[in-house]
Design a protein around this ligand. Structure first.
Ligand code: ATP
Ligand code: MG
Length: 218
């Protein structure tokens, strides 16, 4: 049996991550491949409980270091309770955000520093990393306009952090994509959802030698 891959989607607010998780999951399903879709923060019961603490409320409710540790705590639970068991069962894993988001949102844009985050990550998870990361890149003003038109005020804590913060996120993701060109595949997320989906399917097929077919909707 082929070893399943661990795929993550990254990008700023409203980049289309959740939309693309649904579409790519449909492509895996159409190909008859077992896939576990999940998200961060959250994914596992413990992770979801921590999600509620970090995605709701006032922008300044946590010190940035405390916030970083909450994300890492949620991630440990998520890997241990959900991601690693799924991979061990032979399922592919598709995760909406992962450590790159912590690195960029807290390490870079909140300036807590990335060296200690990388050290903590290595201590907790060794060299485990996604096999492929799809970075949905777009100007933050476009992404924030999309989330505003979605009209959901729940879980909007990070959206409320101001355009300058979101510009720093985008620059942070660009720097990561330059640092890990083998792992991170950047996609122009200003295109239509179906164009982005086609680009994602093509990147997944190329990376893993699959023959997934783009789906019309999900
Ligand atoms: N390529 C696209 N073009 C235009 N609108 C899009 C596109 N992809 C998604 N949308 C819409 O933009 C909004 C945000 O999309 P989505 O929820 O998938 O983004 P997200 O990256 O998961 O957002 P968040 O960061 O809030 O989790 C939704 O209303 C969605 O229907
Ligand atoms: Mg989403």
């Amino acid at each position: 049996m082929r070893k399943p891959g661990f795929i993550t989607l990254e990008g700023g607010e409203g980049a289309g991550k959740s939309t693309q998780v649904r579409l790519l999951a449909a492509a895996f399903s159409a190909a008859g491949l077992g896939l576990c879709t999940t998200r961060e923060p959250g994914g596992s019961p413990g992770g979801e409980a921590i999600r509620g603490l970090v995605v709701n409320g006032a922008a300044d409710k946590w010190h940035p270091v405390t916030e970083s540790l909450l994300f890492m705590t949620a991630r440990y639970d998520h890997l241990e309770a959900k991601i690693n068991p799924a991979l061990a069962r032979g399922e592919w894993v598709l995760c909406d955000r992962f450590y790159d988001s912590t690195y960029v949102y807290q390490g870079v844009a909140k300036a807590v520093g990335t060296a200690w985050l990388d050290q903590l990550y290595a201590h907790l998870f060794g060299n485990q990393a996604p096999d492929l990361t799809l970075l949905l890149d777009l100007p933050p003003s476009v992404g924030l306009a999309r989330t505003a038109s979605r009209g959901n005020v729940d879980e909007s804590r990070f959206e409320s952090m101001g355009l300058e913060y979101h510009e720093q996120l985008r620059a942070g993701f660009h720097a990561l994509a330059t640092k890990y060109p083998e792992r991170i595949h950047s996609i122009d997320a200003t295109q239509s959802a179906s164009h982005v989906h086609a680009a994602i399917v093509s990147a997944v097929n190329a990376r893993f030698g699959l023959a997934l077919i783009p789906q019309e909707s999900a």
